[in-house]
Design a protein around this ligand. Structure first.
Ligand code: RIB
Ligand code: CA
Length: 314
């Protein structure tokens, strides 16, 4: 029996990889879109393109928040290109999206589905809005697996990762919700790079989905190599999906995480307390853990899963 999930995303190259993993290995009840890597209209367009590319047009799509709660984000397109998914030649998608807002669609699915998990690979605006619009929904969400934050350095600032930085107030709502959270941050995702020989292995699969993914990763890799000196595209978002597919890929450690909302230099930082302090009587000191944070990754096991997954798409 596949695990029921919803995936909230901002495609975005790595969001596409997350969609492909979730659609094949999990019971993907729906996709919801948020702005982030590009404006909402574009991330929604890219989601429609992705489901048509992979032949998964049965999965409903609902559009969500076009802007963060408080922060203002300019969609510079410097990482993912003007389209938010530069690289492959994209055909005009025909698949329609739902008429209801992502917040209401998420509520409908959670209300009707026992044990549903939410995977979030963009800023957390939609998820925070659901929690505020439907206060009793917490108890019906099995967990939230999110790509965001970092145990070490940031990307959009020295200390803040983009998905959290783009809407820290929404992240605060999520991290204080009491819902079981798996946080997959840059400290592990930056260890999984689509280096040239892996991109060639993907292209050699030869299907139109695999070739399009190789085109995406070639573009995304060139951008990250140019802007951060990385050896290839970081597989940020698909790593937020893998805990629900194979729990041997990521290792987690429980810790207390707060979101910095006021810092001049640290706005949007995930402040993770993993000092493991003890009280005089040996009991754990400090605030109780509110998240499981990814601390290590089995890179080879991830790539084996990802390439095998791609081989099953047309
Ligand atoms: O910081 C990386 C995250 O920001 C990824 O989810 C990427 O798609 C962008 O949304
Ligand atoms: Ca993303």
């Amino acid at each position: 029996m596949k695990i029921p999930v919803l995936l909230d995303c901002d495609p975005g190259h790595d969001d596409v990889m997350a969609i492909l993993l979730a659609a094949q290995h999990l019971d993907l009840k729906g996709l919801t879109t948020v702005s982030g890597n590009a404006p909402l209209a574009q991330t929604t367009y890219n989601t429609r393109y992705t489901v048509e590319l992979a032949g998964i047009t049965h999965i409903p799509i609902a559009a969500g928040a076009s802007h963060p709660m408080v922060h203002t984000v300019d969609f510079t397109g410097d990482i993912h290109g003007e389209s938010g998914l530069d690289g492959p030649v994209m055909h005009e998608p025909e698949v329609a999206i739902r008429s209801d807002h992502a917040v209401d669609f998420i509520h409908e699915v959670v209300d009707q589905t026992d044990g549903v998990h939410i995977i979030a690979t963009g800023m957390l605006t939609n998820i925070a809005l659901v929690l505020r619009r439907y206060p009793g929904i917490h108890s019906k969400i099995a967990s939230i697996c999110l790509m965001g934050g970092s145990l070490t350095h940031g990307n959009v600032t020295p200390v803040a990762e983009f998905n959290i930085w783009a809407d820290p107030e929404a992240a605060h709502v999520v991290f204080t919700s009491g819902i079981s959270i798996k946080m997959v941050g840059l400290n592990v995702t930056r260890q999984v790079s689509a280096i040239p020989n892996i991109r060639q292995d993907i292209r050699d699969i030869g299907s139109h989905t695999a070739v399009a993914v190789a085109d995406m990763l070639d573009f995304f890799s060139a951008q990250l190599e140019k802007l951060y000196g990385l050896p290839g595209a970081s597989m940020h978002d698909p790593l937020a999906v893998v805990p629900l597919i194979d729990d041997r890929i990521l290792t987690f450690q429980p810790m207390h995480v707060v979101i910095e909302l006021a810092g001049t230099h640290t706005y949007g930082m995930t402040v993770c307390d993993y000092r493991e302090r003890k009280n005089e009587d040996g009991t754990p000191a400090g605030k109780p853990p509110n998240a499981d944070v990814a601390v290590s990754v089995d890179v080879d096991r991830f790539w084996a899963l990802f390439l095998d997954t791609l081989k099953h798409y047309p």
